[in-house]
Design a protein around this ligand. Structure first.
Ligand code: FES
Length: 111
Protein backbone atom coordinates (compact mmCIF):
# COMPACT_ATOMS: atom_id res chain seq x y z
CA UNK A 1 0.00 0.00 0.00
CA UNK A 2 1.30 3.40 -0.96
CA UNK A 3 2.06 6.15 1.48
CA UNK A 4 -0.46 8.74 2.54
CA UNK A 5 -0.97 11.74 0.23
CA UNK A 6 1.44 14.55 1.11
CA UNK A 7 -0.07 17.36 3.20
CA UNK A 8 -1.67 19.98 1.00
CA UNK A 9 -2.68 17.52 -1.73
CA UNK A 10 -6.17 18.36 -2.99
CA UNK A 11 -8.23 15.17 -2.90
CA UNK A 12 -11.61 16.53 -3.95
CA UNK A 13 -14.31 19.11 -3.30
CA UNK A 14 -16.75 19.01 -0.43
CA UNK A 15 -19.66 20.18 -2.60
CA UNK A 16 -19.12 17.27 -4.99
CA UNK A 17 -20.24 14.87 -2.28
CA UNK A 18 -23.74 14.19 -1.04
CA UNK A 19 -24.53 15.15 2.54
CA UNK A 20 -24.01 12.73 4.03
CA UNK A 21 -22.24 11.01 1.21
CA UNK A 22 -19.05 9.42 0.02
CA UNK A 23 -17.18 9.07 -3.24
CA UNK A 24 -13.69 7.93 -4.22
CA UNK A 25 -11.03 10.57 -4.82
CA UNK A 26 -9.27 10.86 -8.18
CA UNK A 27 -5.99 10.73 -6.29
CA UNK A 28 -4.19 7.75 -7.81
CA UNK A 29 -1.17 6.71 -5.77
CA UNK A 30 -3.53 5.51 -3.04
CA UNK A 31 -7.23 4.60 -3.27
CA UNK A 32 -8.96 7.15 -1.02
CA UNK A 33 -12.64 7.34 -0.16
CA UNK A 34 -13.84 10.87 0.67
CA UNK A 35 -16.76 11.16 3.06
CA UNK A 36 -18.88 14.18 3.90
CA UNK A 37 -21.14 14.86 6.83
CA UNK A 38 -22.33 18.44 6.97
CA UNK A 39 -19.39 20.78 6.66
CA UNK A 40 -16.95 18.11 7.77
CA UNK A 41 -14.91 15.78 5.60
CA UNK A 42 -13.32 12.48 6.44
CA UNK A 43 -11.22 10.18 4.31
CA UNK A 44 -10.23 6.55 4.47
CA UNK A 45 -8.12 4.20 2.45
CA UNK A 46 -10.70 2.77 0.07
CA UNK A 47 -10.15 -0.83 1.03
CA UNK A 48 -12.58 -2.87 3.11
CA UNK A 49 -10.76 -4.73 5.88
CA UNK A 50 -12.97 -7.79 5.34
CA UNK A 51 -11.70 -8.97 1.95
CA UNK A 52 -9.77 -6.01 0.64
CA UNK A 53 -12.37 -4.83 -1.84
CA UNK A 54 -13.24 -1.18 -2.50
CA UNK A 55 -15.90 0.40 -0.33
CA UNK A 56 -17.69 1.68 -3.44
CA UNK A 57 -19.21 0.23 -6.58
CA UNK A 58 -17.24 0.52 -9.86
CA UNK A 59 -19.26 3.66 -10.65
CA UNK A 60 -18.00 5.22 -7.44
CA UNK A 61 -21.40 5.04 -5.81
CA UNK A 62 -20.94 4.46 -2.12
CA UNK A 63 -23.63 3.36 0.26
CA UNK A 64 -24.24 5.53 3.31
CA UNK A 65 -26.82 4.21 5.72
CA UNK A 66 -28.88 6.17 8.25
CA UNK A 67 -26.63 9.17 7.72
CA UNK A 68 -24.02 7.53 9.90
CA UNK A 69 -22.49 4.47 8.33
CA UNK A 70 -20.46 3.64 5.25
CA UNK A 71 -21.63 0.23 4.06
CA UNK A 72 -19.38 -2.00 1.99
CA UNK A 73 -21.35 -3.09 -1.09
CA UNK A 74 -19.85 -6.56 -1.16
CA UNK A 75 -20.83 -8.21 2.12
CA UNK A 76 -22.38 -5.36 4.08
CA UNK A 77 -19.75 -4.48 6.68
CA UNK A 78 -20.53 -1.06 8.11
CA UNK A 79 -18.23 1.64 9.41
CA UNK A 80 -18.83 4.86 11.34
CA UNK A 81 -18.45 7.94 9.12
CA UNK A 82 -16.53 9.94 11.72
CA UNK A 83 -14.09 7.28 12.91
CA UNK A 84 -14.04 4.43 10.42
CA UNK A 85 -14.71 2.03 13.30
CA UNK A 86 -16.47 -1.15 12.26
CA UNK A 87 -20.07 -1.10 13.47
CA UNK A 88 -21.36 -4.35 12.05
CA UNK A 89 -20.98 -7.08 9.48
CA UNK A 90 -18.21 -9.52 8.64
CA UNK A 91 -15.14 -7.28 9.13
CA UNK A 92 -14.98 -8.10 12.85
CA UNK A 93 -13.28 -5.36 14.84
CA UNK A 94 -11.18 -4.17 11.91
CA UNK A 95 -11.85 -0.53 11.08
CA UNK A 96 -10.98 1.63 8.11
CA UNK A 97 -7.56 3.21 7.80
CA UNK A 98 -7.98 6.99 8.13
CA UNK A 99 -6.39 9.48 5.76
CA UNK A 100 -5.98 12.82 7.58
CA UNK A 101 -7.81 15.61 5.75
CA UNK A 102 -9.14 19.11 6.32
CA UNK A 103 -11.51 21.36 4.40
CA UNK A 104 -9.97 24.56 2.99
CA UNK A 105 -11.99 26.87 0.80
CA UNK A 106 -14.35 24.04 -0.07
CA UNK A 107 -11.56 21.65 -1.04
CA UNK A 108 -10.76 18.46 0.80
CA UNK A 109 -7.03 18.59 1.37
CA UNK A 110 -4.62 16.08 2.87
CA UNK A 111 -3.54 17.29 6.31
S1 FES B 1 -15.25 -6.97 1.29
FE1 FES B 1 -16.36 -5.48 2.45
S2 FES B 1 -17.74 -6.64 3.64
FE2 FES B 1 -16.64 -8.10 2.49
Amino acid sequence: MSDMPPPGTVLGRLDALGDPGAFPSDYEPLPVLLVRKGDEAFAYVNVCPHQGRPLCLPSGRTLVSEGQFIVCPFHGASFAIESGACTGGPAGKAGLKPVPVEVKDGEIVAA
